[in-house]
Each structure stands twice: as C-alpha cells, then as structure tokens.
Design a protein around this ligand. Structure first.
Ligand SMILES: Cc1cc2nc3c(=O)[nH]c(=O)nc-3n(C[C@H](O)[C@H](O)[C@H](O)COP(=O)(O)OP(=O)(O)OC[C@H]3O[C@@H](n4cnc5c(N)ncnc54)[C@H](O)[C@@H]3O)c2cc1C
Length: 377
C-alpha cells in the first residue's frame, strides 16, 4: 500500500503525524483543539469517514444543562460549562445559545434535585409554570436552574474544524479500515488506499464502536449502542421561552429558536442498533413512544409532533463517558460513550483524552503551555 503524507504544521511534508484523530464529531474536533492547546506545533490529522460533524453530532439536540447523575458526570459537566464559556468568548459566532431552564419533578423532589444539579446552577423553586405546558400535572413542582445552553452541534464541530484547518490536516471522506499498534506508533489503513502513521491515535467514533478496525479493542469496555430520538413540535417558540426538563422521565422540551420550532427529547429504549442501519426517519413505534411520554405534560402538542430526528449513541455500563487507552501499547485512546450527553460533556472528554495522549515527543512540538493561552483568532 502507498503512504499518504500529512503536512506537518511546520510546513514540512512528513510521512506521519504526532496524533491522528479518528472521527470529526464534536468529540474528535474538540480533542484536536485540546491537543494543540497542550502541545502547540504538534502535527495532527483528523480522519473522517464522512464529513465533519455528520455522525451523531449532526442529529444532536445539543442541550447542555448543569446536571449529572454521578460525581464524575457532575464534575465533567462543570468543566465543560466553563470551557464552552471560554470557547464562546474566543469564537463569538459559535452557534451556541443560552436558554433559561425549568425542571419539572414531584413536589417533594427538592432534596434529590440538589444532589444531581451542580451547586453553581442555583437550583430554586418557582411558581412560574412554562407557558408551553398549560399547567403542571397534579403533585408536580417547578424549579429553575442557571447555566443552560443549546447548540447546533454540527455547526460547532464545523466551526472548530474551520478554526483548526490552518494547523490540522482534515481527511474527510476517508474511512479508517484497519489499525495496527506497535511499540513505535500506530499505522492506519485508509479507504483512499493509503496508510497514515501516527505516534498516538485518538479514537472518537461516536456510535461506530463495532467497526471491525477497532471492535476487538473496544469489546472489553462493554459499550452498547442505543437509538436516540427527538420529535419536532411544529410550534414557533416565543423569544422568552426556555427549556423544560422532565426530571424523572429523562425528557425535555427545547425551544429551538434558530430553527423556529420546539423539540421533544424522550428516552427511546431500542438497544443494540448499528449506526449504518438506523434509518434517518421516524417510525410509528417511535412516535407512539414519544407521545406516551409527552401526553402527561402537554397533550395539546401531540398533533403538532409527528416529525423529528433519529440516530443513535454509544452508552457505557456506568453511564459515564469512557476515556482510556485501549490497545496493548497504550497508543490508542478511546474517547466517547457519552450516553446521549456527548455535546454537553465533549470539552471535559477532550481534556481528559488530550492528557492521556501526551506527552508528545515529536521534534515538531514545542513544550506544553497552559490551555487557556491558545487563541483561534
Ligand atoms: C437525536 C439525538 C439527540 C441528542 N441530544 C443531545 C443533547 O441534547 N445533548 C447532548 O449532550 N448530547 C445529545 N446527543 C448525543 C450527542 O449528539 C453525541 O453523544 C455526540 O454527538 C457524540 O459525538 P462524537 O464526536 O463522539 O460522535 P459522532 O458525532 O458520531 O462522530 C463520530 C465520527 O466518526 C466517524 N467515523 C466512524 N467510523 C469511522 C471510520 N472507520 N473512519 C473514519 N471516521 C469514522 C463518523 O463518520 C462520525 O462523523 C444526542 C444524540 C442524538 C442522536
């Protein structure tokens, strides 16, 4: 097989890179950025089988809210919130939008809500019922939290890629078809017919965890892939409308202001699907499941909610993201299995992944500097 050559950041044509990122979703793009933050001058290539942001990231509802069911996820949510804030300051056009957040839960849930929402969220009881609900079910109460935002996740991935392109080589439309890890690095076979050598690999395949190129390495992690579904509610949100989170149903109603409709996300329980076999369209089963969840809170929205988006995401046994080396030589770091929260936790996942990829010893790199010092402008 021939070799692809990757252009190093120094402008020198090299036959390999310090880091190859597989998958240009939100996690892969965010990690490429983190790697350069930590090791300015590192040579980085991102290999993407389709186009930037075209996997789970394309269908994402992109909601971040300041919550985590476990200590690890709460910590990651806190880290991500700060990093998204910094990123938005660096890239003002980023398609990320602040949103007021109301949580609906049984009236006596205050204690347990305080355990899962971040202290900085300022959880507080409210008498204001979101207009979209037309009242609360008997026995339920409402709370407000701060820090919510939602994004066009594909747009965020594309904006990150655009900002990185001067420094990072993006190989779109190029699948990794095989991967061999040795003591001196990793060799990637590419669908374009070439081979890319990398000292380290960041594997961010989203729900493509069963790809033959890495399935045997990921098998011990016990990951499973579940369908993720959201209905589009064809009602235009008012400017002041915020997201409504249904705590015990693991569901939310999000005003997607920039698209001009609401979105209802519920927990679909169709497990063990393959991304290449998930059709991009809803079936009557999914619409019925979602309607059953929505009927308790906003039955008048059901006739407006017959369309939406369907894809899938990777889930881990403990419902916390997985970031760890998976090959015998610890050259390949897997980052993902974010359990339907890959947008909101991506910056924290990327920070952990980049730390695990280092230290990088390439002659093209210069000593690490602090993450905050890098600017895209
Ligand atoms: C309908 C829906 C709603 C969601 N809502 C939310 C939400 O509100 N908040 C939230 O935080 N998360 C949400 N998620 C989850 C979130 O979107 C995902 O966790 C996140 O996008 C995963 O990002 P990723 O970069 O890991 O994967 P992806 O975006 O799937 O990227 C992986 C990339 O790897 C590429 N790839 C795969 N195999 C290969 C190969 N062999 N060679 C080269 N490239 C390859 C794919 O083409 C893909 O582009 C939602 C997901 C869905 C489907």
């Amino acid at each position: 097989m021939g070799r692809v050559s990757a252009m190093g950041v120094s402008g020198v044509d090299v036959s390999g890179v310090d880091v190859a990122v597989i998958g240009a979703g939100i996690v892969g793009c965010m990690t490429a950025r983190e790697v350069l933050d930590r090791w300015p001058g590192a040579s980085v290539a991102v290999v993407e089988g389709d186009a930037v942001g075209s996997g789970a990231s394309r269908r994402s509802a992109g909601l971040h809210f300041p919550r985590g069911a476990s200590t690890r996820v709460r910590e990651m949510a806190g880290v991500s919130e700060l990093r998204y804030r910094a990123l938005r300051a660096e890239l003002p056009g980023l398609p990320v939008y602040d949103v007021d957040t109301t949580v609906i839960a049984p009236g006596n849930a205050d204690g347990r809500l305080r355990q899962v929402y971040l202290p900085g969220a300022g959880l507080r009881r409210t008498d204001v019922v979101p207009e979209v609900l037309n009242g609360l079910p008997e026995g339920d109460g409402a709370w407000q939290v701060s820090g919510g935002q939602y994004a066009d996740v594909q747009g965020v991935a594309q904006a990150l890629a655009a900002a990185l392109r001067p420094e990072v080589r993006f190989l779109e439309g190029t699948r990794v078809t095989g991967m061999v890890s040795g003591s001196d690095g990793v060799e990637l076979d590419l669908s374009s017919g070439g081979t890319l050598r990398a000292a380290k690999v960041l594997l961010a395949p989203g729900p493509w965890v069963a790809d033959p190129a890495w399935a045997s390495w990921l098998e011990p992690l016990g990951l499973r892939v579940k369908k993720v579904v959201a209905l589009h509610v064809e009602r235009r949100p008012s400017p002041g409308d915020g997201v409504v989170v249904f705590e015990d149903e693991d569901a939310f109603l999000l005003p997607v202001h920039h698209r001009g409709h609401w979105l209802f996300s519920y927990t679909c329980r169709q497990w063990d699907v393959l991304p290449e076999q998930v059709p991009g369209h809803l079936t009557p089963v999914e619409i019925a499941e979602a309607h059953a969840a929505l009927a308790r809170f906003a039955p008048e929205l059901l006739p407006l909610s017959t369309t939406g988006r369907v894809f899938c995401d990777a889930y881990s046994p403990d419902r916390a993201p997985v970031v760890r080396a998976v090959d015998p030589h610890s050259n390949v770091v897997f980052a993902g299995a974010a359990n339907g929260s890959g947008y909101r936790l991506a910056p924290a996942i990327a920070a952990e992944a980049a730390a695990l990829l280092g230290p990088l010893h390439s002659s093209s790199t210069v000593p690490p500097r602090t993450v905050a010092s890098r600017s895209f402008t």
